[in-house]
Design a protein around this ligand. Structure first.
Ligand code: NAD
Length: 357
C-alpha cells in the first residue's frame, strides 16, 4: 500500500518525512488527529529493516495515540515520530537529537514529542534545546521520564481485569510474566514485587534482565519462552505486534495487560481470537495511558492531584470497556468504540484547532 492509501485507511491528517544532511538524521512525524487537541506522542529511535517498516510503525503508533488520549478523556490529539537508525545500536548523539528538535519545532506545537523506545530524558533534553514542543524533558521541567506513571496505570488496568473475571486483586497470589524490563517494564516489576507478586521476566538486553533478577528476585526465561509461560497475567512491555493468531494459541495466561503499544499484531482479528480462547485482553492504549496522562496533564496545567486521579481512573475506564465488550466482538472493539464516542463528543471545528505556536 502506498503512503496515501495507508493514511486514508487509518485517517491520518499529516505525515512528514525529514532528512538532516549534516547529521544524517532520517525521521518521520505522523499526526493522526488534532480533532481533540494538539498531538502528543513519543519519538522512537529504531533500526527498521526497511523504510516502509518505519512508516508503518509510525502510522499505527500515532493512530493509537489518538485513541489513547480520547479514552483517557484528554483534550489531546494523536501523533508520533520515528528516527530511522542506519543500524541497530547506532549511538544517540546531541547533534542528532538537536536536529530532531529542529524538525519537531517546524510543527509549531501541533505535534509535541516525548520519550519512547530508544530515547531517554537526556535525548529529550537535547531536543528541548531546539524546541519548546518537547514533553518529558528534565532540563526544561516538562515532566521527566513518564515510565513510572505508565506502570502505575498498567497495574490499575490489571486490577480491572482481575475484578472483571471475579478474581482477587491480591497480587501476592499472582504470577505475572513481563516481556521487556526496560523503562516501564522495570517500574512495573518493582511495583508488583512490592505487592508480593511472583515474577517471570525476559529481556533481550542481558544487563536489564540481570537487574530484574538481582534487584527484584524475578525468575528469568528466554525471550522465546516468555509468551508461553504459565502465569495469571502476561504483561508485554517491549515492542508491539507480539501477539498474533499463531502466538495466541501458545499463551498460558488468563489476562493480557501490558504497557507496550499495539500489543496485538492485527487488533481487530487477534482480539477476537483471544476472546474465543478465553483470554481477557486489556486493550493496550487504555492500560498504558498513565505516561500520556502525566505529560499531557502538565502540558494542560493540571495539578498533580488531578493527574493522579486520572491515572487511578484507568481502572474505571478499563472496567467499563471490559463490561461493554461482553456484547461486542472483542475488548479491542469496545475500547475503540469508547474512544470514538469521546472524539465525536469533543470534536473541534478545523478553525478552532489552535496550536501552542
Ligand atoms: P524501553 O526501550 O526502555 O524498554 C523496552 C525493553 O524491551 C528493553 O529493555 C528491550 O531490551 C526489551 N525488548 C525488546 N524486544 C524484546 C523481546 N523480543 N523480548 C524481550 N525483551 C525485549 O522502552 P519503554 O519506554 O519501557 O517502553 C516499552 C513499551 O511500552 C513500548 O512499546 C512503548 O511504546 C510502550 N509505552 C511506553 C511508555 C513510557 O512511559 N515509556 C508509555 C506508553 C507506552
Amino acid at each position: 500500500m502506498d503512503t496515501f492509501e495507508q493514511m486514508i485507511e487509518r485517517g491520518h491528517e499529516r505525515v512528514c518525512i525529514h532528512q538532516d544532511r549534516q547529521t544524517g538524521l532520517r525521521a518521520i512525524v505522523a499526526i493522526h488527529s488534532t480533532v481533540l487537541g494538539n498531538a502528543l506522542g513519543g519519538t522512537r529511535r529504531w533500526h527498521y529493516a526497511t523504510e516502509a517498516d518505519g512508516l508503518y510503525d509510525v502510522l499505527r503508533l500515532s493512530e493509537a495515540m489518538t485513541y489513547k488520549a480520547a479514552a483517557a478523556d484528554l483534550p489531546m490529539g494523536g501523533g508520533k515520530s520515528v528516527i530511522l537508525l542506519p543500524r541497530a545500536g547506532h549511538p544517540a548523539t546531541e547533534a542528532e537529537a538537536r536536529a530532531m528538535g529542529r524538525f519537531i519545532d517546524t510543527f509549531n506545537g501541533a505535534y509535541i514529542a516525548a520519550e519512547d523506545v530508544g530515547t531517554d530524558t537526556r535525548f529529550l533534553d537535547w531536543m528541548a534545546a531546539e524546541s519548546k514542543h518537547v514533553s518529558g524533558s528534565v532540563a526544561a521541567s516538562t515532566g521527566g521520564d513518564p515510565s513510572a506513571h505508565t506502570a502505575r496505570g498498567t497495574i490499575n488496568a490489571m486490577r480491572a481485569a482481575l475484578s472483571h473475571l471475579g478474581l482477587s486483586q491480591e497480587f501476592h497470589r499472582l504470577t505475572i510474566a513481563i516481556q521487556g524490563v526496560g523503562h516501564v517494564g522495570f517500574h512495573l516489576a518493582r511495583m508488583l514485587v512490592e505487592q508480593g507478586a511472583t515474577l517471570i521476566v525476559a529481556d533481550i538486553a542481558p544487563e536489564r534482565l540481570r537487574r530484574a533478577v538481582n534487584d527484584l528476585g524475578a525468575t528469568p526465561v528466554s525471550p522465546e519462552e516468555i509468551l508461553s509461560v504459565k502465569c495469571d497475567i502476561l504483561a508485554p512491555c517491549a515492542l508491539g505486534g507480539v501477539i498474533d493468531a499463531n502466538t495466541a494459541h501458545r499463551l498460558r495466561c488468563r489476562i493480557i495487560a501490558g504497557a507496550a503499544n499495539n500489543i496485538l499484531d492485527d487488533p481487530d482479528e487477534d482480539a477476537v481470537v483471544l476472546k474465543n480462547l478465553g483470554i481477557l485482553y486489556a486493550p493496550a492504549h487504555i492500560a498504558n495511558a498513565g505516561g500520556l496522562i502525566h505529560l499531557s496533564g502538565i502540558y494542560l496545567g493540571m495539578s498533580a492531584q488531578e493527574r493522579n486521579l486520572k491515572i487511578a481512573n484507568i481502572e474505571t475506564t478499563m472496567s467499563q470497556v471490559l463490561q461493554d465488550a461482553e456484547s461486542m466482538p472483542s475488548t479491542y472493539a469496545a475500547a475503540i468504540a469508547l474512544a470514538e464516542r469521546r472524539i465525536k463528543a469533543g470534536s473541534r471545528a478545523p478553525k478552532e484547532r489552535v496550536h501552542a505556536g
